[in-house]
Design a protein around this ligand. Structure first.
Ligand code: ATP
Ligand code: SF4
Ligand code: MG
Length: 371
C-alpha cells in the first residue's frame, strides 16, 4: 500500500491495482433497454501483491471479491482504474496481447464440479490450455507435461483417461489446480478454492497450494469469505466490505489486532482451539444483511451495521484507507478511539437500505459509552 517505488524491477510488486472500479449497469425496458442505475460491485480498490507472496482477500458474500479477482485478470472489463501485471498495464491490452499475457495469470474456481466440463476427460481438460497457447510440440510432449503437473498435485497418472464425475470433490479441486498450473503461470487467483470442500479436505488443498508456491515460486490472490481459511497461507490480508477494502495488513498484524470494526466482527466468528480462551473471547454479532451494492449507504458503508458507529461523521463522511499503524491500513474515522477502548460497542438497529429509496436514512445509533 506504500507509494514508494522499489529500486529494481525484481523487487517491484507483481500486481499493482489502483482505484479499480467495476460498476454493472442495471437496465430496464422491454424493447429499448435503458440504464436505471449501477451495481457498484468494486468501487475504488488499491492493492499490491508482491512476487512469491499470497494476498488473502476476505469478506462476506456479495461484497465484490470474485468481481475484483476477475477484473484483475481482465475476465471482466473494469469500469475504471489501473491493473499492472509485471509493469504492464493490462487494461490497455487487447486481443492477442491480452491472450498471451493470460498464460502468466490463471484462476482456480470455487466449485470444482461446475468448473470442469463433465464431457471432457482429464487429459482433454488439461491439454486444452496448452493447445490454445501453442505449448508442447505434439500430443506426446503435451501428455508428458500434464503428467508431471498431475504428479505435482498428488493425482495418479491414470486419472488422465477418467472423467470429472469419477473423482471426489477434493480430487476434482486438485484437477482444477493442475489445469491452472499446466500453463506455468506466475500468478494464480484462487476464488474460494476450498469453500465447496469438506473441512477435512480443506486443509489438504490449502497445504497443497502452499507447497506449490514454495516449489514453483507462485504468487497468489486467495479469495475466501472466512478469515480462518487464509490465516496460514496469506502474507497480507485485505478485508473487503461492499466493494471496497476496509482494512489491510500483514497477516500476523491483522490476526493479532484487527482494527476495523468489521474485521473485529469477522474475527470474533473464528473459533479458538483453547476452550478457556474460547469461553472468554469477544463475540460480535452483526445485525442486518449486507446492504445492496446498487445503493450503498452514504458515509461509511459499514455504518448501518457497525456496533461502534458514532453520531458524528460515520453516516455522512466516507473514511479513506489510511496507515493507522506501520503497514496496517484501516478505513475508519474512529480507529484510535476504538483501539484504546474510548468508544465501546453498542447496539445498532439494522437499517434496511432499499435500492429505490435513494439516499438512506441515518441508522439508529445508541449513545456511545465513554468510560
Ligand atoms: N454480471 C453481473 N451483473 C450485475 N451484477 C453483478 C454481476 N456479477 C456480480 N454482480 C453483483 O456484484 C456484487 C458482487 O458480486 P461478487 O460475485 O463479486 O461477490 P462475492 O464477494 O464474490 O460473493 P460470494 O462470496 O457470494 O462469491 C453482487 O451484488 C453481485 O450480485
Ligand atoms: S467510520 Fe464509524 S461506522 Fe465506519 S467502521 Fe468506523 S466507527 Fe464504524
Ligand atoms: Mg465470489
Amino acid at each position: 500500500m506504500s507509494d514508494e517505488q522499489p529500486a529494481d524491477a525484481a523487487q517491484a510488486p507483481l500486481v499493482e491495482v489502483r482505484d479499480l472500479k467495476v460498476h454493472f449497469p442495471i437496465t430496464r425496458g422491454i424493447i429499448f433497454n435503458h440504464v436505471v442505475g449501477h451495481v457498484l460491485a468494486v468501487d475504488g480498490v488499491d492493492l499490491l501483491i508482491n512476487r512469491g507472496e499470497t494476498y488473502g482477500l476476505v469478506g462476506e458474500s456479495g461484497c465484490g471479491k470474485s468481481t475484483l479477482g476477475r477484473a484483475l485478470l481482465q475476465l471482466i472489463p473494469p469500469t475504471a482504474g489501473s491493473v499492472q501485471f509485471d509493469g504492464v498495464e493490462l487494461t490497455a491490452l487487447t486481443g492477442e496481447q491480452l491472450r498471451s499475457m493470460r498464460q502468466r495469470m490463471q484462476m482456480i474456481f470455487q466449485d470444482p464440479v461446475s468448473s470442469l466440463d463433465p464431457r471432457q476427460n482429464v487429459e482433454s481438460i488439461l491439454t486444452e490450455g496448452l493447445e490454445a497457447h501453442g505449448i508442447g510440440a505434439d500430443r506426446a510432449k503435451r501428455r508428458e507435461l500434464i503428467s508431471e503437473t498431475l504428479d505435482s498435485v498428488g493425482m495418479p497418472r491414470w486419472a488422465l483417461s477418467r472423467y470429472p464425475h469419477e473423482f471426489s470433490g477434493g480430487q476434482r479441486q486438485r484437477i482444477g489446480i493442475a489445469r491452472a498450473l499446466a500453463l506455468g503461470p506466475e500468478l494464480i487467483v484462487a476464488d474460494e478454492p476450498v469453500s465447496a470442500l469438506d473441512v477435512s479436505i480443506q486443509a489438504q488443498v490449502i497445504n497443497l497450494l502452499d507447497e506449490l508456491q514454495d516449489s514453483l515460486g507462485l504468487t497468489y490472490l486467495v479469495i475466501a469469505h472466512d478469515l480462518a481459511v487464509v490465516r496460514h497461507i496469506a502474507d497480507t490480508v485485505g478485508v473487503m466490505y461492499l466493494g471496497a477494502l476496509v482494512e489491510e495488513a500483514p497477516s500476523d498484524l491483522i490476526y493479532a489486532e484487527p482494527l476495523h470494526p468489521y474485521t473485529r466482527s469477522l474475527m470474533s466468528a473464528v473459533p479458538v482451539p483453547d476452550p478457556d480462551v474460547e469461553d472468554r473471547r469477544e463475540r460480535i454479532l452483526l445485525s442486518g444483511d449486507l446492504p445492496s451494492p446498487a445503493n450503498p449507504p452514504p458515509g461509511c458503508r459499514f455504518h448501518t451495521r457497525c456496533p461502534w458507529a458514532q453520531p458524528e461523521r460515520c453516516a455522512d463522511e466516507r473514511p479513506v484507507l489510511h496507515e493507522a499503524r506501520p503497514g496496517h491500513w484501516v478505513a475508519c474515522h474512529w480507529v484510535e478511539e476504538i483501539a484504546e477502548g474510548r468508544i465501546r460497542p453498542h447496539e445498532v438497529d439494522a437499517e434496511l437500505v432499499r435500492p429505490q429509496e435513494g439516499v438512506a436514512a441515518a441508522p439508529v445509533v445508541r449513545a456511545p459509552q465513554v468510560p
